[in-house]
Design a protein around this ligand. Structure first.
Ligand code: BYC
Ligand code: FE
Ligand code: FE
Length: 488
């Protein structure tokens, strides 16, 4: 077997030679039933009345190779039988550490002893987000607007499950006993749980409906992309290779989000045009058409964007500086940045609120890595918003969706506790609170969405609040029965 071909003989398909490492194989096989128990407990649930989800056949892609082309194949799979594989991008011959104080030394194939704890922490945090998102999205199948969308949800879910496997592989293979303990803990924490919450803020919030789901996959999975890009630079080669392969899957998650929000916006704008409604704030009439008013979409966008910005940590961080200096976590597109990749003498302009205004303040670049990654992230978010706005202008409706100011509604870092409007105005807290309903989703919004979103299970049909996609998925037409429910 060459290193790049995937071995299907073990319980976990893999390209890491598991069959030749009996000790590791057994450790992973012991973890597998616990994982499956977690999946059945906390994964997709109750999406078909009285039909256990285990019975549904879902048109899913499974990773079967790590080559650029033809890495996945589509087939009907019952989710608990999904082959969650352990797949690393091919090893690059002679790869060196691309940044930090060990820049130019050969990439590590084993854990560098001095950085063990820091490395484990990064892997555990990354691993923790994956099952958290599955937990957050657990009940969405009940209100899926079509089989096409239900299938996309389940695709994202099984792949986040695989991402957990990816991190658990690293923990069990490279960290011995405490790695195995961390792997158990990853199955014990629960999104939103008071006693055992998930590690990062946004992963304890709810994803209660499909608009939230699409905004989450657009904004929060994109934080996943940025963090994975930074970890893909790692001098610890197994982490780098793992993250590079995860990024191939991540693209689809963001596609689901970008097109999902776009289709919702399109349905609304077209319904407004057809009914001759010019005023985007004519809420009652717009909602009576069975679509979601654009200001509500903006409020939800404000929420998910601001929650996601918190995931970058504090703008200035010694954790981030240490992770970079040690060669564990790099910058977005590290290898193509034109500088010394050590940042000992350079500065970076960080946005701060000083003397009553937002200003760029130069700080040592090494301390500003979280701010830099967040800035790169904000740039990366712009494309989708532009496309969504095109759907609106095409109908002649006047409304523009925008990303709120980075200081709006923040709980971590520089702007924590500052009362900032989505436009970036700093106001007093009481005024902010009195306008909260203009900025963020309200209880009324929640009730409206809950009544609006009902499951649609006729192949090729879509709920009124979302336009059909341009094309189907995995070689199938839009009207394909992507989720097949057995008769009971
Ligand atoms: N919530 O120095 P600081 C994904 C903690 S998403 C709670 O500012 P640092 C996915 C921090 O842990 C990508 N706590 O931050 C998407 C630290 O605590 P300790 C996930 C927070 O360490 C969708 C303290 O505050 N991957 O994959 O530089 C679906 C001071 O921290 C938060 C990663 O994040 C928060 N938001 O940066 C599925 C990559 N922010 O140590 C999946 C790995 C900070 O003092 N993680 N804290 O107790 C990291 O690189 C870093 O840990 C962070 C934080 C960027 C998260
Ligand atoms: Fe993921
Ligand atoms: Fe993802």
């Amino acid at each position: 077997m060459t290193i790049d071909s995937v071995d299907y003989s073990t319980l976990m398909p893999n390209n890491v030679g598991l069959a030749d490492d009996q000790k590791l194989l057994r450790a992973l096989e012991r973890w597998y039933p616990k994982y499956l128990e977690w999946w059945v407990d906390m994964g997709p649930s109750g999406f078909i009345h009285e039909t256990p989800f285990q019975e549904a056949d879902v048109w899913l892609r499974t990773a079967v190779s790590v080559e650029q082309d033809g890495w996945a194949k589509f087939d009907f799979v019952k989710m608990p039988e999904y082959r969650w594989g352990i797949l690393l991008a091919p090893q690059e011959e002679g790869r060196t550490i691309p940044f930090g104080e060990h820049k130019g030394e050969p990439a590590w194939q084993e854990v560098p002893g001095a950085y063990r704890a820091m490395l484990r922490r990064l892997i555990v945090i990354q691993g923790d987000t994956e099952p958290a998102s599955v937990e957050q999205q657990r009940f969405l199948g009940r209100t899926a607007p079509s089989f096409y969308d239900m299938r996309n949800l389940f695709q994202v879910n099984v792949e986040e499950g695989r991402h957990l496997w990816a991190m658990v592989y690293l923990l069990q293979r490279y960290f011995g006993k405490d790695g195995r303990e961390e792997a158990e803990e990853l199955l014990r924490r629960r999104s939103g749980d008071e006693d055992r919450p998930r590690m990062l803020g946004a992963f304890n919030e709810e994803t209660p409906d499909w608009l939230s789901f699409f905004l989450f996959t657009y904004f929060t999975d994109r934080d996943g992309k940025m963090q994975l890009e930074a970890l893909a630079q790692s001098g610890f080669d197994p982490l780098s290779r793992t993250c590079r392969f995860m990024l191939a899957e991540e693209a689809h998650h963001m596609f689901v989000g970008a097109t999902g929000v776009g289709r919702i916006v399109k349905a609304t704008a077209e319904a407004m045009r057809d009914a001759g409604i010019d005023d985007p704030y004519d809420t009652e009439r717009i909602r009576s058409l069975g679509v979601i008013d654009l200001p509500l979409i903006q409020r939800k966008l404000n929420l998910h964007f601001s929650l996601t910005l918190d995931l970058f940590g504090a703008e200035e961080s010694t954790n981030a500086a240490n992770a970079f200096n040690s060669g564990l976590k790099g910058r977005y597109h590290e290898t193509v940045i034109d500088d010394d990749h050590q940042l000992l003498d350079s500065t970076y302009p960080v946005t701060k609120y000083v003397d009553g205004e937002f200003r760029h303040v130069d700080v040592p670049a090494l301390n500003a890595l979280n701010a830099r990654l967040r800035d790169d992230y904000v740039d990366d978010c712009a494309g989708g918003v532009k496309r969504w706005n095109r759907y609106i202008t095409e109908t002649g409706v006047e409304f523009e969706l925008t990303l709120p100011h980075v200081a709006f509604h923040r709980q971590i870092g520089e702007f924590n506790g500052l009362a900032v409007t989505p436009e970036g105005g700093v106001i007093d807290e009481a005024t902010w609170e009195s306008r909260r309903g203009d900025y963020l989703p309200t209880e009324g919004d929640r009730v409206f969405i809950e009544e609006l979103m009902q499951q649609v299970t006729t192949p090729g049909e879509f709920a009124s609040w979302i336009a059909p996609p341009q094309k189907g998925i995995g070689g199938q037409p839009v009207e394909f029965e992507y989720v097949q429910i057995p008769n009971t």
